[in-house]
Design a protein around this ligand. Structure first.
Ligand SMILES: NC(=O)c1ccc[n+]([C@@H]2O[C@H](COP(=O)([O-])OP(=O)(O)OC[C@H]3O[C@@H](n4cnc5c(N)ncnc54)[C@H](OP(=O)(O)O)[C@@H]3O)[C@@H](O)[C@H]2O)c1
Length: 428
């Protein structure tokens, strides 16, 4: 092999330690497709002693000062696998400004500062790839940017957070409460000790910002995405949804309505025969509805050292090929549209309402009036008797606008003896 591509890793954690492993295990194939040997020269770590073994195994020089990477003229690519915003952002900007290409898996950073980083990369004619930032091992970004470039995407729906999907699977299959499912996920290492970003849907919202950029060329801010997590999701609602023929999943969705986009994250009742309903445990899937291909789904491991490092290495391969061809500096996703956000009057869906009411006659009539006042009727209804004092009514409405749904919620809230327990979107 006459050509070598020298790279540096920032971080040797779960994904960082997977990268030299994948490069070693698939060395022959990678050399064949790139015409280059990819060598990990240096890795930035906090504690050299803690990473001495892996460094020795792969012949990597450990450094604790980023300058040693930045000022090394032989290093052409920096692979950022530290996570969080700082110092990752500063290091990426400095690397790009000194002409080094960058690969990262950092969805927090891409979702919040993606446009700025893409601009810095363009200005410096450098590559910036981040396939692993959405759905770990599933090659979804490159699929949308390249393979579906000829298609017109209407909708992207994703189970893009493995932690919450694992918890929901256990809540359904073993009837675990939210609290027990979270404890189990933490014991197995699927959930962090502070699970906020996962259970409150923030991690999924980061990924929907990136997916919306790729699918529709529109740049959303996190605040444009209405985000609800699974914290406090009741076992009763999971069971009720099941009786009605649905499975509750934490879904990130992004849809194009005429010329405007709407993106949300939240628990959604997915029909039990929909492909997304069968995505179990920590697995991820992205479901795409497009004009040409129709419905397609991309399923796989959303996290883990090997799957995620495989995506990182695929970005390195693209960077290596670009270098050989002399075409570095093209944007990962060059599709751009003016960003327009849909109004509540344009967003249409079926909705699930679970309401606690006094256990006496006439309650159903009151509820019917609220919904019919909006010109909407019920698709399905279950009335559960309880202890003789309070009863629970569960309804699935026919399609209504989000504005109408908000009116119904408000009207329910105005009846003192009614308590709205849950309100979720229902997928067709
Ligand atoms: N894990 C996955 O399956 C997965 C999937 C998709 C995307 N990602 C993304 O990949 C990135 C890395 O995730 P990970 O799971 O590999 O995280 P991780 O296991 O926590 O690894 C991060 C590593 O970076 C090191 N680090 C952090 N700040 C540093 C600094 N200032 N200087 C030097 N070293 C520093 C940490 O060192 P210490 O050990 O000293 O703290 C740790 O070894 C994140 O952006 C994450 O969102 C991960």
């Amino acid at each position: 092999m006459d050509k070598q591509l020298k790279i540096a890793l920032l971080g040797l954690g779960t994904v960082g330690s997977g990268v030299p492993l994948i490069l070693k295990e698939h060395k022959e194939k990678i050399s064949q497709v790139t015409g280059m040997e990819i060598l990990v020269e240096k890795a930035l770590v906090r504690n050299k002693a803690a990473k001495a073994e892996i460094a020795k195994e792969y012949g990597i020089e450990l450094v604790t000062d980023f300058k040693e990477i930045l000022e090394d003229q032989d290093i052409q690519v920096v692979v950022e696998l530290l996570g969080k915003i700082e110092p990752a952002k500063t290091y990426i900007v400095q690397a790009l400004e000194s002409g080094k290409h960058v690969v990262t898996a950092n969805k927090d950073l891409l979702a919040q500062h993606g446009s700025e980083l893409v601009a810095v990369a363009r200005k410096n004619h450098c590559d910036l790839y981040y396939e692993a930032s959405v759905a770990g091992g599933i090659p979804i970004l490159r699929t949308i940017a390249n393979s579906l470039a000829a298609d017109n995407i209407h909708k992207v729906l994703g189970i893009v957070n493995g932690t919450t999907n694992y918890m929901l699977t256990k809540m359904v299959s073993e009837k675990l409460t939210y609290e027990t499912a979270l404890e189990q996920a933490q014991q197995l290492g699927f959930a962090e000790s502070d699970p906020t970003n996962d259970v409150d849907g923030i991690d999924a919202a980061y990924k929907m910002v990136i997916l919306t950029q790729f699918a529709f060329g529109m740049t959303l801010h996190l605040s444009d995405i209405e985000t609800k997590g699974i914290r406090g999701l009741a076992l009763e609602d999971i069971e009720m949804a099941h009786q009605l023929g649905y499975t509750i999943k934490l879904i990130g969705s992004s849809s194009m309505l005429e010329e405007s986009v709407t993106a949300e994250v939240g628990p959604v009742l997915v029909p039990s025969n929909h492909p997304l309903a069968s995505v179990q445990n920590e697995m991820n899937a992205v479901f795409v509805d497009s004009a040409g291909v129709g419905e397609s789904m991309y399923y796989g491991a959303g996290a883990g050292a090997k799957p995620t490092a495989t995506s990182v290495v695929s970005d390195l391969i693209t960077t290596a090929k670009n270098l050989r061809l002399g075409i570095s500096g093209h944007q990962f996703n060059s599709y751009k549209n003016e960003t327009k956000i849909a109004s509540d009057q344009e967003i249409i869906s079926k909705y699930y309402f679970s309401i606690e009411v006094p256990d006496k006659v006439g309650q159903f009539l009151k509820l019917t009036q609220i919904v019919t006042n909006e010109g909407i009727s019920f698709d399905q209804l279950i009335q559960q008797q309880s202890d003789g004092e309070r009863a629970r009514i569960v309804i699935i409405t026919h399609k209504m606008t989000k504005a109408q749904m908000k009116q119904v919620k408000q009207a329910i809230g105005q009846i003192p003896e009614f308590e709205l327990l849950a309100n979720y979107k229902v997928l067709d």
